[in-house]
Design a protein around this ligand. Structure first.
Ligand code: NAD
Length: 715
């Protein structure tokens, strides 16, 4: 069976349909090159052919990108570059056709899919919400290798193309029209007919670029543009993402030296990036998340989900209600003891949906439809038939046990009780339950609408069906769930706490806040640990640390200063008092609140290198992650990597703590930890697992991509 089919319409317009057999979405594979050539020959054998429309046979996707396994199969940079050249060649053949070729796009048109559309003479797309256009290769540590870096700047202007390719952002239909990426956006029902009309009108001269883009196209303008873009991307990527540098260089070469030089540079850079450890790590994350979408969490059939209840309409409950209604599309009933709680949760969803209306991402009717799924009450009215009740009341064991009893009394016997506790053992919450098999932890992260991870925490008596159903609900809510053991701190807080504690120790030793945060941002985290504590809530952090200390001992002990900070009513962003200044006081720029040094009796003075600070914090995290692996807190290294990248922003280009430890090697890990233990104290002593691995040469993953030029944290 072939993926491409050709048909000639009575009006002599040919339609090439791409429908990869047996796949849900279309992806481009190496073997299609010959298929495309054959189909073009077949089409051109019809002498009366006036032009071609390229369309997808899938209901919801044009082409979601190139098949990434092709890249993984390449053994050398030259092999990967050859793959790119092959793609460039076939795209050039399409672009060189003397008859008009129109891409009719509905659904995802990404990566290689958009490059194919760019090779066509014109593009049109459907107005559907599923339609998205973009070149997201940078997110995999790559660049578009089939001509995209050369065609896009010429079509929409260098500055706008740089923005798209450097960020990997995707555009909706209307944005694509505005940028001139597509000619028009029309309802899907008339997509093909409109494309046919475009063919019949014949080839149109390309629209001129807007004035701003034209100015940047001159020699002086271009030089300024690339200088600014380089500065901006370096400031953001801290040199950790080689793809961004190569993208800038390849686009620049193409514009300065002409297309053929640009194509040659593109293919070469693609080959080099495909072999880079950063791309290997980023692709690893991509494969892991794809795999996890199929993971049910347990050997059981999930129960059908038709409605959800939420207890507590506070910060977390409001967010949980929002993702349940707006992403999962399930009716959700909120119960609180205070009308303000219900109002808060309703307003939370309204504000988020309204923002989408303002940005024209959804219509007012859609906002109404989603809001209609959310309702609230001060008692259990409307809770009887809820499949799952998610509890997000105060962090108090007796209160949570009371919630279990109330749900058992007011809901069906099969209703699942999922607790969003951040520190209480699920087995304790289930201690007096009549149906402990229905009780599970479902730990969201704040802000719920943004954070992609959830931890699913079964206790010893949770049934397999409860696990599978909870995992299914989390996926419907748009989350990536990891199933973790019911042990203090679960996984994410367990590895995050020693990392943050170490940052606080550096602060107490006199290291300025901006140096500590700067060191970890330079390492690759999106924000530094001190700022993160401000964002999460200093009080929230302080609540979790004693639980961990009690369970795991001295190495979790919070620096004594935390009490002084809390006694000074500093909770972080939530009350705009923390390690940083907020709003007007900071004058717009993120600035540490200097009064905290006095409070801590510290005289800030930079004493350590960024490498040493980063090493101390990261090594505490890695050592703890190895322990969680050893104890079976996580099911596998993959879950641990995804949990750290999605839960706390561990640098994705390192692939997660376990890929990173494998890349460094257990021997080096142990040596560094021992040295730190010698200098800073026994909290750094390497865990047994790492010591054993150092002796045997074992790794967390079966196959390890050896990385020689890793920016490790040795300092
Ligand atoms: P919150 O104080 O913002 O909200 C709690 C809500 O529960 C309040 O509206 C309160 O009125 C309501 N409530 C209290 N008793 C109730 C009862 N008997 N029935 C119904 N509603 C009741 O708290 P939050 O920050 O949303 O945290 C809720 C839970 O989520 C806690 O267990 C917390 O540990 C956990 N959690 C919080 C975060 C975070 O960053 N805030 C992150 C993960 C998990």
């Amino acid at each position: 069976m072939t993926a491409f089919t050709f048909s000639l319409r009575p009006d002599n317009v040919g339609v090439i349909t791409l429908d990869v057999p047996g796949e849900k979405v279309n992806t481009l594979k190496a073997e299609f090159v010959e298929e495309i050539r054959k189909i073009l020959v077949e089409a051109r054998s019809h002498t009366q052919l006036l032009g071609l429309v390229l369309i997808s046979g899938k209901p919801d996707s044009f082409i979601a990108g190139a098949d990434i396994t092709m890249i993984a199969a390449c053994r050398s940079a030259e092999e990967a570059a050859a793959l790119a050249r092959q793609g460039q060649k076939v795209m050039a053949e399409i672009a060189a056709l003397p008859i008009p070729v129109i891409a009719a796009i509905h659904g995802a048109c990404l990566g290689g899919g958009l490059e194919l559309a760019l090779a066509c003479h014109q593009r049109i797309c459907s107005l559907d919400d599923k339609t998205r256009l973009g070149l997201p290769e940078v997110q995999l540590g790559l660049l578009p290798g089939s001509g995209g870096t050369q065609r896009l700047p010429r079509l929409i202007g260098a500055s706008r193309a740089l923005d798209m390719i450097l960020t990997g952002k995707t555009l909706r239909a209307k944005q694509a029209v505005k940028l001139g990426l597509v000619e028009a956006a029309v309802p899907e029902t008339i997509l093909l007919e409109t494309a046919v009309k475009m063919v019949l009108k014949g080839r149109r001269p390309r629209k001129t670029l807007p004035l701003g883009e034209r100015l940047l196209n001159g020699r002086a303008g271009r030089s300024l543009l690339f200088k600014l873009a380089t500065r901006r991307t370096e400031a953001k990527s801290h040199g950790n993402y080689p793809a961004v540098r190569k993208i800038l260089s390849v686009i620049h070469i193409g514009l300065q030296q002409g297309r053929s030089a640009g194509y040659a540079a593109e293919a070469k850079a693609f080959g080099e990036l495909a072999m880079s450890p950063e791309s290997v790590a980023l692709r690893g994350i991509f494969f892991a998340t794809t795999e996890m979408k199929k993971d049910r969490g347990a050997e059981a059939e999930p129960r059908r989900l038709s409605s959800v209840g939420v207890l507590g309409g506070g910060l977390m409950g409001g967010g949980i209600a929002y993702v349940t209604a707006s992403r999962a599309g399930l009716p959700v009933r909120i119960k609180d003891i205070r009308p303000e709680g219900i109002n808060h949760a309703m307003k939370y969803s309204w504000d988020l949906l309204n923002r989408k209306v303002v940005r024209r991402h959804i219509t007012t009717a859609e906002r109404q439809r989603k809001m209609a799924l959310i309702s609230g009450s001060l008692d259990y009215q409307g809770f009887r038939r809820r499949d799952v009740v998610i509890e997000a009341v105060f962090e108090d064991l007796f209160l949570k046990q009371k919630m279990v009893a109330e749900v058992e009394a007011n809901c069906l016997p099969e209703t699942i009780f999922a607790s969003n506790t951040s520190s209480l053992p699920i087995s304790d919450i289930a201690a007096h339950a009549r149906r402990p098999e229905n009780i599970i932890g479902l730990h969201f992260f704040s802000p719920v609408d943004k954070m992609p991870l959830v931890e699913v925490i079964p206790h010893a008596k949770t049934s397999a069906q409860t696990i599978a159903t909870t995992v299914e609900l989390a996926k419907k809510q748009g989350k990536t769930p990891i199933v973790v053991a019911d042990r203090a701190g679960f996984y994410v807080n367990r590895i995050l706490t020693p990392y943050i504690n170490e940052a606080l120790r550096c602060l107490l030793e006199g290291e300025p806040i901006e140096n500590i945060d700067g060191a970890l941002v330079g390492f690759g985290f999106p924000v530094g640990p001190v700022q993160l504590l401000d964002e999460v809530g200093i009080d929230t952090g302080a609540h979790i640390i004693p639980v961990l200390e009690q369970a795991w001992g001295e190495r979790f002990k919070a620096p004594a200063a935390l009490d002084a900070i809390l006694n000074d009513n500093r909770k972080g962003r939530k009350n705009e008092r923390g390690f940083y200044l907020y709003r007007k006081k900071s004058g717009g720029k993120k600035q540490p609140d200097a009064t905290i040094y006095k409070l801590l009796n510290v005289h800030p003075k930079a004493q350590r290198s960024a490498e040493i600070i980063a090493q101390r914090c990261v090594m505490m995290l890695l050592n703890e992650a190895a322990r969680t692996f050893d104890e079976g807190v996580i099911r596998c290294a993959r879950d641990g990597d995804i949990g750290a990248v999605f839960g706390i922003g561990f640098p994705p280009f390192l692939g997660g703590p376990f890929r990173y430890m494998d890349a460094l090697g257990a021997g080096k890990m142990v040596a560094q930890l021992e040295q730190l233990a010698h200098v800073c104290g026994p909290r750094f002593l390497p865990c047994e697992r790492l010591q054993k691995m150092a002796e045997t040469g074992e790794t967390f993953y079966k196959s390890v991509a050896k990385v020689d030029n890793h920016p490790d944290s040795t300092g």
